[in-house]
Design a protein around this ligand. Structure first.
Ligand code: ADP
Length: 403
């Protein structure tokens, strides 16, 4: 099948066109600055032809239209007609407690998504806008929602209940949901390429370390705990998010600086993390360079960042009662040998021992980087959330045709 995947944010749409038969990415790109004076539309084909246009794109419907028009561009030769697109797979950030698996989008599903707006006010409204835009432009095609939270729906109560009055869970659904589920699922399922039974019978920790970052503890292929919580703010130190913090601090700062709710939100999500500590950048590449040049704040930011990941490795090994496999993925996890070394160094007592040479090798392939003597295997596995979205979409469309 030819599947269009869409990941719609408030002012951007990221997309890929995937042939599920051979898993080829026929095209990928984004529309940025939707609703602003000059939106940027970019596309790259599988044979590396690229185009970038600046155009006024007022809303998500226009953005999806612009993406499809580029696919029919006569220089790029991706599609002859839109009829070649069989279905659309949508990334949806928050599935709440209802969506434990990917779903065919129906009116009832859209109503439920609207109900979940309160849980993810920044993410779910643009996700639904994207679904409705794509339904308008690609009429008569099945649309499937793939939820970031779904993989973590297997967590036990003890992992998802916060120690607040229980009524807050019952009345307002305040609990740990976890995010990046599609990525944690993809890399843990990828273990079937290394082990006969895949993740079955294994205790696995996945570390998705990108701009946003989260970890998951996975037993028998099922998520049993994860570091992001009610929102993606909890857990690891991220590019510009604080991660774990004494909740009383924010009340204290709000009082000190008379911050409004939205200012406090922006402080925690946009001005903290690596950016906040270093005062320089949220990008690990910049900070590694600065650290090597002797910048102490860059070093401190990276130290705090790696130390937090290391603490979660210990916590999840304890939670699972052991560890067979540790997986690094996403922008930083896949590319920074410094980060992997800082996290794994000195963890021999947990059975984790890195092969320093393999860790330094540059590759875009999935690979094992643990030493011969390591009890737990350490892998770098490049994530591919869009492929999961496309394959789930194909499966659900096929199932819906046979029922
Ligand atoms: P997103 O959460 O936006 O999907 P990615 O998974 O693409 O993020 O990760 C982006 C981050 O990856 C960048 O902010 C950068 O810090 C980091 N990164 C990319 N390449 C490297 C590299 N070679 N070394 C260290 N960090 C890198």
């Amino acid at each position: 099948m030819i599947i269009l995947t869409l990941n719609c944010g408030s002012s951007s749409v990221k997309y890929q066109l995937i042939n599920t038969k051979n898993k080829e990415k026929l095209a990928k790109g984004s529309v940025e600055r939707i609703g602003m004076a000059s939106s940027i539309i970019s596309i790259a084909t599988s044979d590396d032809k690229k185009k970038k246009l600046t155009k006024e794109i007022l809303d998500h419907t226009a953005a999806v239209g612009a993406i499809l028009n580029l696919m029919k561009d006569k220089d790029l030769k991706i599609l002859k007609s839109f009829d070649e697109i069989d279905a659309v797979g949508h990334r949806v950030v928050h599935g709440g407690e209802e969506f434990k698996n990917s779903m065919l989008i129906t009116k009832e599903v859209k109503d439920k998504l609207r109900e979940n707006f309160k849980l993810a006010p920044l993410h779910n409204p643009p996700n639904l806008k994207g679904i409705e835009a794509a339904e308008r432009v690609l009429t008569g095609r099945p649309h499937v929602g793939v939820f970031d939270t779904a993989f973590h729906s297997s967590m036990p109560e003890k992992a998802y209940i916060y120690a607040l009055p229980y009524v807050f869970y019952k009345k307002y659904q305040i609990r740990r949901y976890g995010f990046h589920g599609t990525s944690h699922r993809y890399v843990s399922e990828y273990l079937s390429k290394f082990y006969k039974d895949g993740a079955k019978g294994k205790k696995v920790i996945t570390a998705h370390i990108g701009n946003g970052a989260s970890m998951a503890a996975i037993v028998d292929g099922k998520s049993v705990d994860t570091s992001m919580g009610f929102t993606p703010l909890e857990g690891l130190v991220m590019g510009s998010r604080s991660g774990d913090l004494d909740p009383a601090i924010i009340l204290y700062i709000m009082g000190l600086q008379e911050l409004s709710k939205s200012e406090a939100d922006s402080l925690l999500n946009k001005h903290s993390g690596l950016m906040g500590i270093s005062g320089l950048s949220s990008d690990v590449r910049d900070l590694e360079e600065e650290m090597e040049a002797g910048n102490k704040r860059a070093k401190l930011a990276l130290d705090v960042y790696c130390y937090r990941i290391r603490k979660y490795v210990g916590a999840y090994a304890a939670a699972m009662g052991g560890l067979d496999t540790l997986i690094f993925t996403a922008g930083v996890g896949e590319n920074s040998s410094f980060l992997r070394k800082s996290v794994c160094g000195g963890l021999d007592f947990l059975g984790i021992s890195l092969d320093e040479k393999k860790n330094e090798e540059k590759s875009s392939e999935a690979r094992k980087i643990s030493s011969e003597k390591s009890k737990a295997d350490i892998f770098v596995i490049p994530t591919d959330e869009e492929l999961v979205i496309a394959l789930d979409t194909e499966k659900i469309v096929k199932e819906s045709k046979t029922t």
